[in-house]
Design a protein around this ligand. Structure first.
Ligand code: PLP
Length: 233
């Protein structure tokens, strides 16, 4: 299968999952998780109709951006972000999915303020309560949003999660449903600089399940680009 065929198939699967859930397919957006795929492959994906690219590693994103890899698409940052790399990401990525602490949010705010811009972000939720993963615990979200309301140069646009690795996609449904509930509950209260617009969840193995639970950003890598060759890096 070519990248173009994969993109077409994923878009069709997204549309079917949305319709099956009684949702408008247009409200679910595909983020091509393009880590370890070079500028040429990223360009192919964009030519095939990908509108958003998501990168994990700052260095790789900078290199590919310098090659014009993302021309014609939006660029999101979806990986773990170290505070000392915030400067490179703010203003380049239109949405940072992976804000996992209030300290990181403060650094992004300061950096965005210095540039005179407002950075859109999502708060990452450690929905499986896994020691190996970063992110806010579900019950920390209200305080995190309260805190975010004090930062004038960031805008929290929603929530993101990476559920535990599973064997069957349906195993993640409870986590996705809990995320949807958090998204709705925390969207009820109005905070300054917060608008609960995006729920980012679902990857190659489980994005149809995530969509049935309310995801409106799905981050798909392997199903779009093929398996990543980890022996090369
Ligand atoms: C790599 C990655 C994805 C995509 O994973 P696939 O299983 O290859 O679809 C999604 N989200 C994040 C944060 C990732 O790092």
């Amino acid at each position: 299968m070519t990248i173009a065929e994969n993109v077409a198939q994923i878009k069709e699967t997204i549309a079917q999952a949305a319709r099956a859930a009684g949702r408008d397919p247009a409200e679910v957006r595909l983020v091509a998780a393009s880590k370890m795929n070079d500028a040429d492959r990223v360009r192919k994906a964009i030519a095939a109709g990908v509108e958003i690219c998501g990168e994990n590693r700052v260095q790789e994103m900078m290199e590919k951006n310098a090659l014009g890899a993302y021309a014609g698409a939006e660029l999101h940052f979806i990986g773990h972000l170290q505070k000392n790399k915030v400067k490179q990401v703010v203003g380049l990525a239109s949405l940072i999915h992976s804000v996992d602490s209030t300290e990181l949010l403060a650094v992004i705010d300061r950096c965005a303020a210095a540039r005179g811009l407002v950075q859109d972000v999502l708060l990452e939720v450690n929905i499986g309560g896994e020691a190996s993963k970063s992110g806010f615990a579900p019950d920390e979200i209200p305080a995190a949003l309260e805190n975010a309301s004090k930062f004038g140069s960031v805008r929290v646009r929603g929530l993101m999660a990476i559920p535990p690795v599973c064997v069957a996609p349906e195993e993640n449904r409870p986590f996705f449903l809990r995320m949807k509930q958090l998204f709705v509950d925390n969207g009820r209260k109005k905070y300054d600089n917060v608008s609960m617009d995006f729920l980012s969840m679902g990857m190659s193995g489980d994005y149809p399940v995530a969509i049935s639970c309310g995801a409106n950003l799905v981050r798909v890598g392997t199903a779009l680009f093929g398996a990543r060759d980890y022996s090369r890096k």
